[in-house]
Ligand binder design. Structure first.
Ligand code: BEZ
Length: 253
């Protein structure tokens, strides 16, 4: 205030903006957190609180669409059910920094389907693509889903009013959310982003990190999928190895 020296009219506009931001909040909608996201504050707080050793997979923002109690799936099962989109297999391992496989880690996933960005707002009611997988004894996992698409952050509140007064993108590049947990290891909340996405350099919430950008390799119809089956449609293959850091007391034991 000392620096800006607002007029009383400007001060009243700021109070009105903050009041409307609060009024937009309810049990499902948190406009203040969205404000923090688009100002880069959420990513800064995330970086401060999740300083991991080099080699560990970096974290990023959780966002508002995590689906609590997502349905458990067998390794390789299809989490997309009849959701529209191009089939996508995501596979790899979860390991510790020393390379040890992490068996029984939970991978809690949520994402858009391949067509309808608006389904993501229904996801908090359990209607979207979300699932819980577990790693195998060798630390491996196999997920069958559909490729996600880019989508807009919610623009019908004060954050939308603010973004509409700038040239800043309100889009998030296509990504899959992961929350990975295993006893003795720091939990990891992160995303995998599709390389080449139009918005990869312009994420509205600054969540993209180089180490989280992955190739979605397009395979022609007739190719063998990571599940072993021959697919009669084109599909994507994504490979990613997650690395978790042991908690200090577990590492010392
Ligand atoms: C998301 O990942 O969908 C998201 C994250 C932060 C703000 C809005 C949306």
């Amino acid at each position: 205030m000392r620096e800006i020296e607002p007029s009383e009219a400007e001060w009243a506009v700021a109070i009105d903006f903050l009041t409307r931001t609060g009024q937009k909040c309810d049990a499902k909608r948190q406009e203040f957190i969205l404000m923090s996201d688009v100002l880069g504050v959420s990513m800064l707080v995330n970086a401060i609180n999740h300083r991991r050793q080099s080699g560990a997979t970096p974290s990023t923002v959780e966002g508002p669409f995590h689906v609590p109690n997502a349905p458990p799936m067998d390794n390789g099962a299809n989490m997309a059910a009849d959701a529209p989109g191009i089939t996508c297999f995501v596979s790899g391992t979860v390991r510790g920094l020393a390379g040890e496989p992490v068996s029984g880690a939970t991978l809690d996933l949520w994402q858009t389907d391949g067509e309808d960005c608006m389904r993501i707002s229904a996801m908090s009611m359990g209607l979207g693509c979300a699932a819980l997988y577990r790693t195998q004894p060798d630390g491996s996992y196999l997920i069958r889903t559909v490729a996600p698409i880019a989508y807009t952050i919610p623009m019908d509140g004060t954050v939308g009013d603010l973004m509409n007064r700038t040239n800043i993108s309100h889009m998030r590049p296509a990504h899959i959310h992961f929350a990975i947990n295993a006893p003795g290891y720091h939990g990891l909340v992160t995303h995998l982003f599709q390389s080449g996405d139009k918005f990869i350099q312009d994420d509205a919430v600054y969540g993209v990190k180089e180490a989280l950008i992955v190739d979605f390799e397009k395979m022609p119809s007739g190719s063998k999928a990571p599940s072993g089956e021959i697919m009669n449609e084109p599909f994507y293959v994504v490979r990613y190895d997650f690395v978790l850091e042991r908690k200090a007391q577990a590492a010392a034991a």
